[in-house]
Design a protein around this ligand. Structure first.
Ligand code: EPZ
Length: 419
């Protein structure tokens, strides 16, 4: 199994270009099932989760030309597709569960595995299923599979989500875009990735409009057309590299992302003393000697993202004073804490709060990665640490960060993969 070896205490300097967003690509790939015409997607990150959903599409009959090097794909669903997504395709990630909405929209039936257990929390699917029922879908869960069907075409409805959920909002947008009549979805997640999905569906002929901050009006259409769509940049990758610059006291230029979509993250970094300048598609960041403490909680967009919580915690370890992070989205997203403490951090957790003592001098250690964002937080700590860090189980990282070692090496990091 591959490991990463990192020699730390080096300032990063140079330019990092941001890849396409994994979490925008997954629902868009699922939504390609809506159309019988050829769809071309660009800026598709070459990462494991995206490969997995592409395999799923191939397994149900999509005709695919995937050009990994060019970060693009052509998908043609001209023949009847299977309406089955196996456990094998869903055990490693939840993104594929979104094919449920598109299979139901196009064929009125689907058998989709419930997503595999996830280390960051229970992550139920009740909100997805109850909302789909309002479009006329009946379902049963048998032996780990959702068996869903609708005798007639899905019917537009008024649905208010009981809680903000990115995945449930996306599943319902996809399903109702082909339902008969009008659907109004309220209390929607408004993450930029959700907006990218809406833009994609509209680009292939959908009729979806934001009519309020968290409210969507969707007029169902029968036939979707061909399309050529560029996936948005990965805001979590951008935030991760901003923190990499800050934690190493380096100077980075982050290119390929509009700073407005990560305004909250930039504001938080500025608040703790990091110098950041922005231009149209560029962010310039310089690390500083003194990092100020902060108390913060994660929240749905436009709040501070849970997907950047672990990375920010590493930076707060370097503050002179005590900080608190409250994790409001997932119940078990502090698995990086034990490993960071093994590197010298002083962090205690109680329930959904992490108390970060600050003044940490990270030291290299042998570590175990536990999930995607926890893994990358260990890399950030290792980049700051004295000595050598070895990180095991890095397959988590390959799920979501494109060319991570290459990008870091280009800006001066000593990082290598050993098999
Ligand atoms: C998406 O997960 C992202 N995944 C996650 O990114 C991200 O952390 C999360 O949104 C929050 O921003 C993808 O986009 C593929 P939710 P999702 O439904 O859609 C509860 C990463 O590292 N809930 O918004 O699964 C749920 O348990 C990943 O890239 C229910 O109770 O998240 C959680 O507490 C990890 N019932 C909260 O809602 C449901 O039916 C928000 O989850 C659905 C969700």
């Amino acid at each position: 199994m591959d490991k990463l070896e990192i020699l730390g205490a080096r300032k990063l300097k140079g330019t990092i270009h941001i890849s396409g967003s994994k979490n925008a690509a997954l629902p868009i790939l699922a939504a390609t099932i809506l159309s019988k015409k050829k769809i071309i997607l660009k800026n598709l990150a070459n990462v494991k989760d995206i490969e997995t959903i592409i395999k799923l599409l191939e397994s149900i009959g999509s005709i695919i030309k995937y050009s990994k090097n060019k970060n693009s794909i052509s998908i043609h669903n001209k023949y009847k597709l299977k309406t089955f997504a196996s456990y094998n395709m869903l055990k490693t990630m939840r993104g594929s569960f979104l094919v449920l909405g598109s299979m139901l929209a196009r064929y009125g039936k689907a058998k989709v595995s419930t997503p595999g257990g996830c280390s960051i929390g229970v992550r139920p699917i009740d909100i997805h299923l109850k909302a789909l029922a309002k479009l006329g879908v009946s379902y049963k869960i048998i032996d780990g599979y959702v068996h869903a069907y609708s005798k007639t075409k899905l019917k537009g409805s008024k649905i208010k989500f009981p809680k903000i959920s990115v995945g449930a909002t996306e599943n319902l947008i996809i399903a109702s875009s082909m339902a008969e009549g009008i659907t109004i979805l309220s209390n929607c997640a408004i993450e930029p990735e959700v907006k990218d999905l809406v833009n994609f569906i509209n680009c292939i002929g959908g009729k979806i409009k934001w009519i309020g901050k968290r409210t969507l009006k969707i007029i169902g259409v029968n036939n979707f057309k061909e399309g050529n769509y560029k996936i948005m940049p990965d805001r979590i990758e951008a935030g991760t590299y901003l923190i990499a610059a800050a934690v190493t006291g380096g100077n980075l230029k982050i290119s390929g992302i509009n700073p407005n979509i990560i305004k909250t993250e930039i504001d938080v970094l500025r608040k703790i003393g990091i110098q950041i300048k922005t231009k149209k598609e560029l962010i310039f960041i310089s690390g500083v000697n003194k990092i100020k403490n902060i108390n913060l909680k994660t929240a749905p967009y436009p709040g501070f993202p849970t997907d950047l919580q672990a990375q920010l915690m590493v930076l707060l370890c370097k503050s002179k004073k005590h900080s608190i992070i409250k994790e409001e989205i997932f119940e078990n997203r502090f698995m990086h804490v034990a490993e960071l403490n093994r590197m010298g951090a002083k962090i205690k957790t109680k329930g959904n709060k992490a108390f970060i003592e600050g003044n940490t001098k990270f030291k290299g250690a042998e570590l175990m990665a536990t999930d995607l964002r926890a893994s990358v937080s260990l890399i950030l700590a290792a980049l700051n640490a004295k000595g050598k860090t070895t990180i095991n189980r890095i397959y988590h990282l390959d799920r979501g960060y494109e060319k991570l070692e290459k990008k870091l090496r280009k800006v001066g990091a000593k990082i290598r993969r050993v098999s």
